[in-house]
Design a protein around this ligand. Structure first.
Ligand code: NIG
Ligand code: FE
Length: 424
């Protein structure tokens, strides 16, 4: 006799499982071949998936106290967004508006300084409510787990306050906290002193953050400075994330792999040497197409504002080599008020396909199972498999290609988090 479960989702036109063929995450040619089940079904109980497969098989063994008919619809894992600067106040639209028209704007460092000032002027509740409303938007667009960094504090006390905001976020989206004390060197403070200061804070904020992030980039810190922080973070039990080689080659990717980082993000200036290192490692290479788009990296402007680097239009070639070499590659929003004011992973998949020429299956698996590996949670989330959390998105389109091929509207029908419908 069939087992009764909390929820059955039946007769989906396509269930895209993103289940890895073997081992952790999906690499190389497998990225382009995600598992898809036609007329698929899911059985969910106690917030977990208990069965995934063809409807005939799942329905023969399970009856749902609740049944959702997904006829004509795509069903996928929820997106895992591994890189966000969720907590901030104020936006930088004025500076960006000048940049669009070719007027030299500020630098990335001055922009971060600007956001640190507007964020510092905002109270705790305002910061928390802003972050919560952004999580609502992320959930509505299909994200069920999101990383959230501090980084707009620039001083010890201010960083601690931002991490307290992250820790206070009570929301259906699972939030993973990251301490980004070494974002950019604060103006006026000696760099050594800042690095020592970050290291001194590690113990104090450990209960508020699972990861420690460092900017290993010409705009941030040197490989030696980053390794010093990374070693101390490791001793405190943090996982490591790295903002690597965004504004130029700073040996960020090499440093991240060497330090055993969970993830190296940005990689606009990744070298061939680093690409080879990723292929032999478990460090996830995380690409941020929202940044390429918003900073107009692919559209060299007349202004020469220091952000548009003529080498960047080669990103598609570089990232193709990264994928083909067998690196673990993920995608994320890098949501922030300067370089990527976008909360939607749908948009990220759509941009990655267009700007980097990545395939349908590739962008999906990079945004689900490989993203889960980057957060160390792939045993629990990132794919539709029995035993994992029931973080599931039902779509208003019949297959995963449609979500990438279309753009500009939210295509989500409903979002299920831990087995319960939480959006719309
Ligand atoms: O794009 N290292 C810094 N880069 C940040 C910039 C955030 C911002 O512009 O405020 C990033 O991740
Ligand atoms: Fe970032």
């Amino acid at each position: 006799t069939p087992v009764e479960v909390d929820l059955v989702i039946a007769h989906a036109a396509e269930v895209l499982t993103c289940r890895p063929p073997s081992g952790r995450g999906v690499r190389g040619a497998d990225l382009g071949r995600p598992e898809r089940i036609a007329d698929g079904a899911l059985a969910i109980d106690g917030g977990r998936i208990v069965a995934v497969g063809p409807s005939a098989e799942v329905l023969a063994r399970h009856t749902g106290r609740e049944v959702l008919d997904a006829s004509g619809r795509l069903v996928t894992p929820g997106f895992v967004d591994t890189h966000t600067h969720l907590v901030h106040d104020g936006f930088r639209h004025e500076e960006w508006g000048r940049k669009v028209l070719g007027t030299p704007g500020g630098t990335l460092a001055s922009g971060i300084g600007h956001t640190a000032r507007t964020t510092g002027a905002a109270g705790f509740e305002r910061l928390r409510d802003g972050a919560l409303s952004r999580l609502d938007t992320m959930l509505a667009h299909g994200t069920t787990t999101a990383e959230a960094k501090s980084g707009y504090g620039l001083t010890a006390a201010a960083e601690r306050r931002l991490l307290q905001v992250v820790a206070a976020l009570d929301h259906p989206v699972d939030v993973v906290g990251t301490f980004l004390g070494a974002h950019v060197p604060p103006p006026g403070a000696p760099r050594d002193a800042h690095v020592d200061d970050v290291i001194a804070q590690l113990g104090e904020v450990r209960h508020l953050a699972e990861f420690c992030d460092v900017t290993c980039d010409p705009v941030g810190f040197t490989p030696d400075e980053c390794l010093k922080i990374a070693r101390a973070a490791d001793e405190h039990g943090y996982g490591l994330r790295v903002h690597a080689d965004q504004t130029g080659h700073g040996e960020g990717a090499e440093t991240a792999v060497e330090a055993g980082a969970a993830s190296a993000d940005h990689l606009e200036h990744v070298t061939d040497r680093a690409i080879g290192m990723f292929a032999d490692s478990d460090t996830v290479a995380t690409l941020l197409p929202g940044v390429s788009y918003h900073l107009m990296d692919m559209v060299p402007g007349p202004g020469g504002d220091g952000w548009s680097d003529p080498r960047r239009p080669r990103l598609a070639e570089r990232y193709r080599r990264l994928v083909d070499s067998g690196a673990l590659v993920a995608l994320a929003t890098d949501y922030n008020p300067g370089s990527s004011p976008n909360l939607s992973m749908q948009t990220v998949l759509q941009l990655a396909a267009r700007l980097y020429r990545l395939g349908y299956g590739e962008v999906w698996q990079m945004s689900t199972i490989n993203a889960a590996v980057s957060l160390g949670r792939d045993a629990d989330i990132g794919s539709l498999e029995a035993g994992k959390r029931a973080d599931v998105v039902i779509w208003n389109v019949p297959s995963h290609e449609h979500v990438v091929n279309r753009f500009g509207a939210n295509l989500v029908a409903s979002v299920i988090k831990d087995g319960a419908v939480r959006a719309p």
